[in-house]
Design a protein around this ligand. Sequence first.
Ligand code: MRU
Length: 364
Amino acid sequence: MKVGNRHYRTIWLNDDGRTIDIIDQRWLPHEFRIVNLRNVEQVAVAIRDMWVRGAPLIGVTAAYGMAIAAAEDASDAHLEKTWEYLNETRPTAINLRWALNEMLATLKPLAEGDRAARAYERAFEIANEDVELNRSIGRNGLEVIRKIAATKKPGEPVNILTHCNAGWLATVDYGTATAPIYLATEEGIPVHVYVDETRPRNQGAQLTAWELNGHGVPHTLIVDNAGGHLMQHGEVDMVIVGTDRTTSRGDVCNKIGTYLKALAAKDNGVPFYVALPSPTIDWTVDDGVAEIPIEERDDREVTHVQGKTEDGKTVSVRISPEGTPGANPAFDVTPARLITGLITERGIAVASTEGLKALFPERS
Ligand code: MRU
């Protein structure tokens, strides 16, 4: 998407043909920094410490990490070691393991001498596929927005609430939850987005608000606890969120706090949609609450907040007493029964085993 006058993706191959460039998301919205990742260790740090984040982008970054590994040493042993190493960086988003598996399956049948070139090619293909998946999700989600818009008075916006950042910054381009919003805006449908701040790391306040601001989409930042109140007062027409892992029966794991939004939406009859590309479906898992590993992050993310001072320094400030411990589960699971529909690249599925299998019959 555009930043200033230039179109950016979140990740691309450097001109040297060997290393990768990323948007370092830790500094947004205050600074737009691009960083070059030269080796597998740097790729691992970038994923673990969330220089890049969002399930699809984590996957693509790991795919390029495998390509860098193949350029260093294309042996089975090195590729398998890299698979293990990168797979440990973040445990919840299934796109990471999906992309690593995809790379290994592509490279292993090849002669060692052919692997590096093919690895870069495959990583680029995965990146391009992500963009295409998101465009399709956008078109399918747009149908829902159009239908709601048709019930509105002329000029009255469709009010959409979103949580965390499932925008273009979380993918290679366009985003999942934001793709229908961007398409609706292009089509001239008035939309207005309520952006949950998304504590503890504030991906809503820092990233989603930055994106929407940059693309002229009317939006309002709200604290995480405001969603239920707004829904009770008819201020939200629909919720769209992303997901880090969706199970074969349609349970959705996403950023912590998503579940509470889904409960509030159910109680208030507000449609709750989840936008996802098929690599986010973990067909091996059924019961999301019982089976999905939830990433537990440093409690410093809870006890501190990051912001920018008047004189331009990015600082981290303690907000709780010294000695008060924090707990920081990064994701939660929204059971399928609370979900109105799963917006995929193939269409909108009912969040159930049958619903997903109807769209992905090859998985039956
Ligand atoms: O911890 P993060 O910032 O990687 O979490 C991101 C999310 O929870 C997104 O909603 C999810 O990855 C879907 S992104 C299209």
